[in-house]
Design a protein around this ligand. Structure first.
Ligand code: ASP
Ligand code: MG
Length: 290
């Protein structure tokens, strides 16, 4: 049946009720497809909090960013505490979460030093704001392993190669394809299920970048194109593309089918359901999006 790329948005990975649903969807599709590629966003609200932390760091407000990081740590650990996991799995996951947040605090610390005006600030900011995806990828991968699937969390730095427009980077598809061929395809051949961070990439020289808000969709689209996926599925807290934002209009309804051009136009004019730049690569390669 080929390769299926599925992306799970922030609202689907953040709660103890939604996570088991994510796992059961993955388990079910694992039986049906030759290979799966999973892309995850940060838990809802986490990227906003990280952006805020990076601002506070730049203002030298140590107490401010430390408070945010402490809150994020508590939230992730509380979530992990409630998941059905073996004790050693839980402990390893907690240690991973702590290490990522600890390293990120270091970057905030560097940014908050008065001498940071001489630093490439945008690069540091991207290193900070991509941490949410790295946390959620580890949570999902651990859950998969607990369910006897060989899930492996991958940071997309070694997969998605971008230009150096920090904060809103664009992908270099040829170089990305090359990286995916060497760093991702062998894992699929070994029957692993990669759980890949959305939103983040790196420049050719290895500096962390991010793809713009909502960028995990774009990651899914790039991975699908470069792995020759048959389909892309985006999971969110709505049933599909809708006639309007259901939070704004009560009679908003699901639209069964749209052309690539219509979707591209909708996102271009501000419908936040999908990342604008995700549509073109799918269209060019005729990959259906569900
Ligand atoms: N977490 C990132 C954001 O909030 C990327 C994404 O969710 O797609 O923008
Ligand atoms: Mg989104």
């Amino acid at each position: 049946m080929g390769i299926l790329t599925m992306k799970f948005g922030g609202s689907t990975v953040g709660t103890t009720t939604a996570l088991p649903q994510v796992v059961s969807i993955i388990l079910q599709e694992f039986e049906r497809w030759e290979h799966l590629i999973i892309v995850v966003s940060a838990l809802d609200g986490v990227t906003d909090a990280l952006i805020e932390a990076s601002h506070l760091a730049q203002l030298g407000n140590r107490r401010g960013y430390r408070r945010i990081v402490a809150t994020l740590r508590t939230r992730h650990l509380a979530l992990v505490e409630q998941l059905s996991l073996k004790e050693d799995e839980r402990n390893a996951l907690k240690a991973d979460i702590d290490r990522l947040l600890f390293d990120m605090l270091d970057v905030c610390q560097t940014l908050s030093e008065p001498t940071s005006v001489n630093l490439p600030v945008a690069e540091y900011v991207d290193a900070i704001i991509g941490v949410g995806e790295r946390l959620s990828a580890r949570i999902i991968a651990t859950l998969l392993r607990h369910n006897n699937i060989k899930g492996v969390a991958l940071d997309a730095f070694d997969l998605i190669i971008t230009d150096d427009v920090f904060g809103n980077a664009n992908a270099d598809i040829d170089r990305t394809r090359e990286r995916i061929r060497t760093n991702l395809m062998p894992l699929l051949e070994r029957n692993l299920v990669p759980v890949i961070t959305g939103f983040i990439g790196s420049t050719l020289s290895g500096k962390p970048t991010t793809l713009g808000r909502g960028g995990s969709d774009f990651t899914a689209s790039l991975l699908a194109v470069c792995t020759g996926s048959s389909e892309v599925w985006i999971w969110a807290d709505v049933d599909g593309m809708m006639s309007a934002d259901p939070r704004e209009l009560d009679d908003a309804h699901v639209i069964d089918e749209l052309s690539y051009a219509e979707v591209a136009e909708l996102t271009y004019f501000g419908a936040r359901i999908l990342h604008t730049r995700m549509v073109a690569p799918l269209k060019a390669n005729n990959i259906p999006l569900f």
